[in-house]
Ligand binder design. Structure first.
Ligand code: B4P
Length: 183
């Protein structure tokens, strides 16, 4: 069974939603950098205060901060398996992750790219209504995705581990597509 997975895709594609279901099904640790950063913001830690302003503009939080959070977790989760959701988000993060996983002898087994039309993404995020879910911030997040995160599609495709999943339809429709691929 594949137990080291990564979800890639634009904001609002359903990475977080589907990651939760897959982790419950397969007993994996859900490692969402968005959730981990929001926990720091809620706890009002120095790191959280720094991240809050950046997230509310829809920008990416600094690589050093995100890498240190992920590293700590991955080293502890080696035995049970994991699903990375929302990380990596640029080439530097992807390269650092490859190096760390090589050191741990724990390569990624599959990268699932969830794809969805921009207008549907916008509608879903406006419905969610988190503090970083207003139209201008969402459009900025989409631009940043295209500029910084989308290059990871060819990075993982060149490694031969990328699978594209259509993100339209109900949560259950998308979950079935993912289950069919993983089983
Ligand atoms: P994230 O928390 O990663 O969130 P996201 O990309 O906006 O959402 P996701 O794709 O997970 O969508 P979801 O399932 O929730 O990032 C937030 C911010 O954190 C970033 O902008 C950045 O500032 C920072 N950050 C995170 N990781 C970072 C990193 N590595 N480096 C630097 N900065 C980082 O779904 C969205 C909505 O759609 C939900 O309301 C859901 O209920 C709904 N939905 C899902 N599937 C649906 C379906 N099939 N039908 C209808 N609605 C659906």
């Amino acid at each position: 069974m594949k137990s080291r997975l990564l979800f890639l895709g634009p904001p609002g594609a359903g990475k977080g939603t589907q990651a939760e279901l897959v982790c419950k099904d397969r007993g994996l640790n859900h490692l969402s950098t968005g959730d981990l950063l929001r926990a720091e913001v809620s706890a009002k830690t120095p790191l959280g205060k720094e991240a809050d302003a950046i997230m509310n503009k829809g920008e990416l939080v600094g690589d050093e901060i995100v890498l240190s959070i992920v590293k700590k977790r991955l080293i502890n989760d080696v035995e049970s398996g994991w699903l990375l959701d929302g990380f990596p988000r640029n080439l530097l993060q992807a390269q650092s992750l490859q190096q760390l996983l090589q050191e741990l002898s724990q390569p990624i087994q599959a990268v699932l790219l969830i794809v969805l039309d921009d207008e549907i993404l916008l509608k879903r995020l406006l419905n969610r209504g988190r503090s970083d879910d207003n139209e201008s911030v969402i459009r900025n997040r989409l631009e940043i995705y295209k500029e910084k995160t989308a290059p990871l599609i060819s990075f993982y495709s060149d490694l031969g581990i990328l699978e594209t999943i259509q993100g339209e339809g109900s949560v259950e429709d998308v979950a079935t597509r993912i289950r069919n691929f993983l089983n």
